[in-house]
Design a protein around this ligand. Structure first.
Ligand SMILES: Cc1cc2nc3c(=O)[nH]c(=O)nc-3n(C[C@H](O)[C@H](O)[C@H](O)COP(=O)(O)O)c2cc1C
Length: 315
């Protein structure tokens, strides 16, 4: 998610779920081909498995960017065909690419030729008035025919004129049954359902698909990632999972200190950690103070621990 899931956020999320696949925010091919790769692509080894999401539409550029992503160590290259923002429309990529299945198929083919890691696509179920099943089915079919086997589907249409990106995540109705139907029509492909999933129960109710992707809920209430890891993955990652929220603080503190030594501003990290104690006693204090970035997470917890115990500090 743009401006949200940077490397500091992903490192944090990885502490909560050893198994979830993490995605970068969308990075345009132009940025990768002409920008500062260290700043754009650097990530911590603990983030694996981690996918690089690309924004672009030129097959040659996408192939070059995908190769750079693979060389950088990413585990998957994902193409964004779901973003409805005006800026992205002007660049003729994101959700408007759903209207050009042949071009997307050519781009995915070029990326597949350029890398040996999986190339996947994230898309919507329709664009503007083209929201009938045949439209999304033809789009998936074109990509399936060139070998794409993983589709992450935000199960609502994108309205390209008249709705902001935020409204495009709320106004068009969610239709998860479309993703289930895609899975029935392309049983050899993997379909990951995205949109509106906020709880473990909702994720478990998502039958007929191969997986779920959480966006906003994972950011605002990240502990849900830990609960999902418990519910969806077998006991093999149990030993790596935190039993309680504060269990991840020593690792976060270590990360915080080592990044400060590298020159990373504290707030670049701490702004992502505000939701760790979501719904717990002391959450408000935590949220306010961690975002200020004056203290590392363990230091702050130690200072506030009276709040977390639900009792006032003994004088
Ligand atoms: C601030 C923000 C930035 C986003 N940026 C991206 C992005 O870069 N790439 C992408 O595929 N989706 C992006 N999304 C959309 C989410 O990945 C997701 O599809 C959408 O929020 C619906 O899922 P949710 O209901 O679980 O949040 C973004 C969402 C938000 C809130």
């Amino acid at each position: 998610m743009m401006d949200w899931t940077d490397r500091h956020c992903r490192f944090f999320h990885r502490q909560l779920s050893p198994r979830a696949r993490l995605y970068t925010e969308m990075i345009t091919t132009g940025a990768i081909l002409h920008g500062d790769l260290n700043r754009l692509l650097d990530f911590n080894a603990q983030e694996h498995p981690v996918a690089l999401q690309l924004g672009g539409s030129e097959p040659v550029d996408l192939a070059r960017a995908a190769r750079i992503g693979e060389q950088w160590g990413y585990d998957e290259i994902n193409l964004n065909c779901g973003c409805p923002s005006e800026r992205v429309q002007k660049g003729a990529f994101g959700a408007c690419l759903m209207r050009e299945p042949d071009l997307v198929a050519q781009a995915v083919g070029a990326m597949q030729d350029a890398v040996s890691i999986p190339v996947t696509v994230k898309h919507r179920i329709g664009v503007d008035h083209e929201d009938h099943y045949g439209f999304v089915c033809d789009f998936v079919g074109a990509l399936f025919s060139v070998g794409c086997r993983v589709f992450i589907v935000h199960a609502r249409g994108a309205i390209l004129k008249g709705l902001s990106p935020k409204e495009n995540r709320e106004v068009p109705p969610l239709r998860p049954e479309v993703v289930v139907r895609l899975k029935q029509d392309f049983p050899e492909a993997v379909f990951v359902l995205n949109g509106g999933i906020t709880t473990v129960a909702q994720a478990q109710e998502a039958v007929g698909v191969d997986g779920v992707m959480l966006g906003r809920a994972a950011y605002h209430d990240p502990w849900v990632l830990r609960d999902l890891d418990c519910a969806l993955f077998s006991s093999d990652s149990a030993a790596l999972r935190p039993a309680q929220r504060q269990d991840i603080l020593p690792m976060l503190q270590q990360y915080f200190e080592s990044e400060l030594r590298r020159g990373t501003p504290a707030k670049h990290m701490t702004r992502h950690w505000h939701g760790l104690f979501h719904g717990q006693p002391g959450a408000r204090h935590w949220r306010r103070e961690i975002c200020e970035g004056r203290m590392g997470p363990q230091e702050l917890f130690d200072k506030l621990s009276f709040d977390f115990q639900g009792a006032s500090r003994a004088q």
